[in-house]
Design a protein around this ligand. Structure first.
Ligand SMILES: C[S@@+](CC[C@H](N)C(=O)[O-])C[C@H]1O[C@@H](n2cnc3c(N)ncnc32)[C@H](O)[C@@H]1O
Length: 213
């Protein structure tokens, strides 16, 4: 079995176990700060009647909020089955079961089967996946208008904490560990694909960018 496959299975197990915590946090506190920044940037592009594809959608708080704000429909894909179950539960609770649909799987492996959308979101996902070039290229190709993503800021304390986690993960052979990629190179590829920045705000840990084609 290839290395990438193993980490995908590890991510499924890890994030499926985390799903109940994600649900609890969203029900109690709503969107996290970086998600609010993404939502504000996306809303500035006018979401009325637009379709959303959220990759690594977790329990769905971000796209469900955008549905509340006027987006027409959302499709969430996550490689963790527990996250997809959580998102279905939350969309039902928030009254959006008819406008939100979900699929469990690795987006990069099944991209050919996934429809394009007006707005594509990857919130804290690129640091959970080894082949970031493939993930970004395939997700850009699904974007008709707006591309929004968040990722760890390339500053010393954030890089150090991620690299410490990565080193410990490797040492103890964790089934899942995060990844540190060349974030500037990633942004360059997004811009080279014809996307222009419409919003950018940072929390201490996360950079949240919104681009438009
Ligand atoms: C840190 S969590 C963030 C979840 C959600 N975006 C949020 O911010 O609450 C990253 C999520 O991305 C998912 N993920 C990572 N790589 C993925 C891929 N290639 N396809 C689908 N989901 C992926 C993981 O399973 C996990 O649920």
């Amino acid at each position: 079995m290839s290395c990438r496959c193993t980490s995908t299975e590890g991510a499924n197990t890890f994030f499926s176990e985390e799903a109940s915590q994600y649900l609890k946090k969203f029900r109690k506190k709503g969107l996290a700060k970086e998600q609010r920044y993404l939502a504000e940037g996306i809303l500035s592009t006018n979401v009325t009647g637009k379709s959303i594809l959220e990759i690594g959608s977790g329990v769905g708080g971000l796209h469900l909020t955008l549905l509340k704000d006027g987006a027409r429909a959302a499709f969430g894909i996550d490689l963790a089955e527990g996250m997809v179950d959580g998102a279905k539960q939350l969309s039902h609770e928030m009254g959006f079961s008819d406008r939100a649909s979900y699929r469990a799987g690795d987006f990069a492996h099944i991209a050919d089967e996934i429809a394009e959308a007006d707005i594509v979101i990857l919130d804290k996902v690129v640091c959970c996946y080894e082949d970031v070039d493939d993930l970004v290229a395939k997700s850009l190709s699904k974007t008709r208008g707006v591309y929004a993503l968040s990722f760890p800021r390339p500053i010393f304390p954030v890089k150090l904490s991620f690299q410490t986690m990565i080193a410990i993960g490797k040492l103890f052979k964790w089934p899942f560990r995060p990844y540190w990629h060349d974030w500037d190179a990633m942004l360059k590829k997004i811009r080279a694909d014809g996307f222009q920045e419409v919003a950018h705000r940072d929390t201490f840990v996360w950079a949240a960018y919104v681009f438009r084609r």
